[in-house]
Design a protein around this ligand. Structure first.
Ligand SMILES: *Cc1c(COP(=O)(O)O)cnc(C)c1O
Length: 467
């Protein structure tokens, strides 16, 4: 057939739009994407005809390509991925995973009206923070509490409310950077508080703090060394010592804990992450921590402490700028409810569950993945790749438990006909994307963070990427 005839056989945009398929697409997808996809695919075919590469095209033959293009155009940008990195609290992959039970509460509250700021008993305006205050106070032992958008905001608003224009004493060993742009000295200066650093990088003594105290001192601040550890010739003050010092001079003590751990991890061999309850019991006036690190809840910053300071912080105008929404509050309430019985928390909170799961279970999962993978690839799998289950270590991530390595099992895949970097890249482009790590020329699928209901999709994705 000649080019003219082929070109004439191409359907028009309007024809496809008005076809049964076209009308169906317009019901399901945004019209502009349907239109764009039809135009693009028709153009592609026109180009192909002009370059002598195409055969006759009718509406029917174009439909599959158009449909694929529409789906691609109208896919959500934010999408689930399979976390095969083994990093449990992975900031880039959304930190904590919420349970179905928590999401059910969020769904109910978000999909309708609620008593977010309405006091049902009094029939008038209430406060949004009351919904989590009782739980937070019961669990942490604090007098009062607030929740803001994240821990960075919590630190910022506390400093601004309690120390604006006045001095805050911090040990030089605790002037940390948490990643992103959260650095204690920078947060301090933008809050309007004046940093008064004391001691040295490795050692800060009681007298260092005491010598720095003057009538301008508003706060003694302690910051948890979340993502690094100092060993050797070191000295820092305990919360108890700081509280005693603060008491002597009537200066409040604040502790930025970073990861809000609410259960005792010592029985799991983890001794370095302080519990919020311990810090409150030690007498800290204000404690701040994240909602989506070890606590395993939604993104948020929790402020707990003495009522007189919480009241002052609550009145600060910045509170409005860092205010949490109803979905966050609902997720917090449902998550905190799981902590009322500590032994239940580690089963019902996915982050704790993934972190503290039995090593035998991880091994079983790794074996299952390896077996299903070999099966899926078929008898030729030994020609294509070397697949083994290996023992390895994974990290908790999120700045929490930085130097604690958790024993884990992983599937190691050494592709024989393509580079491991190509395989890693192809997996990132799978649907759903699979995020894995590379170690010594092998692709490592850490079974710790792969959920059981993701194994099928994981195997399908790896098979498609490797064959
Ligand atoms: C993680 C962390 C922060 C920041 O918390 P976000 O919730 O990520 O804003 C602040 N301080 C410390 C010590 C941390 O570990």
């Amino acid at each position: 057939m000649n080019k003219q005839k082929l070109l004439a056989s191409l359907p028009s945009v309007d024809e496809i739009l008005k076809s049964e398929k076209g009308l169906e697409w317009q019901k399901t997808y945004p019209r502009r994407y349907v239109l764009q996809a039809i135009r693009e695919i028709i153009n592609q075919h026109r180009e192909a005809i002009l370059q002598d590469k195409a055969v006759e095209a009718s509406s029917e033959t174009l439909y599959p390509d158009i449909h694929k293009r529409i789906e691609k155009l109208s896919a959500y940008s934010l999408k689930p991925v399979i976390n095969a990195t083994g990093v449990v609290i992975h900031t880039n992959l959304g930190r904590s995973v919420l349970s179905e039970k928590v999401m059910e509460h969020v769904r109910q509250i978000a999909c309708g009206y609620s008593n977010l700021e309405y006091d049902i008993a009094k029939g008038k305006r209430g406060k949004r923070y009351t919904h989590v205050q009782r739980l937070l106070n019961e669990i942490t032992g604090a007098e009062d509490s607030l929740i803001v958008n994240n821990n960075a905001a919590a630190v910022f608003v506390c400093l601004s409310a309690l120390a604006k224009g006045r001095e805050v004493i911090v040990s030089r060993g605790e002037l940390v950077e948490i990643g992103g742009s959260f650095r204690i000295p920078d947060v301090m200066s933008s809050s309007g508080a004046i940093l008064r650093e004391v001691g040295t990088t490795n050692k800060t003594h009681l007298h260092d703090y005491e010598c720095a105290i003057n009538e301008e001192t508003a706060l003694l601040l302690k910051v948890h060394q979340s993502n690094f550890r100092m060993v050797g010739f070191t000295k820092s003050l305990s919360v108890e010592e700081l509280v005693t010092l603060g008491g002597k001079y009537k200066i409040p003590v604040m502790f930025d804990l970073g990861s809000g751990c609410l259960i005792d991890l010592k029985s799991y061999g983890i001794h370095i992450e302080p519990m919020v309850q311990e810090i409150i019991r030690a007498g800290a006036d204000i404690v701040t921590f994240s909602g989506d690190k070890l606590l395993g809840g939604p993104q948020g910053g929790v402020i707990v402490g003495k009522a007189e300071y919480i009241e002052k912080i609550a009145k600060n105008p910045l509170m409005r700028a860092v205010r949490v929404d109803k979905m966050t509050l609902a997720a917090f309430e449902a998550t905190l409810m799981c902590y009322l019985d500590e032994d239940k928390a580690k089963d019902t909170i996915p982050t704790l569950n993934i972190l503290l799961q039995d090593i035998g279970k991880i091994k079983t999962r790794a074996k299952k993945i390896a077996l299903q993978l070999k099966k899926a690839i078929g008898s030729s799998h030994t020609d294509i790749s070397k697949i083994d289950v290996i023992e390895d270590s994974s990290q908790s991530g999120g700045g929490a438990l930085s130097e604690v390595e958790f024993r884990t099992y992983a599937v190691s895949i050494k592709p024989l006909h393509l580079s491991v970097n190509t395989l890693e890249e192809r997996l990132r482009h799978s649907n759903p994307p699979i995020i894995a790590r590379i170690k010594e020329e092998a692709l490592i699928i850490d079974a710790r963070t792969v959920r059981d209901n993701e194994i099928k999709a994981l195997v399908r994705g790896i098979k498609a990427a490797i064959i």
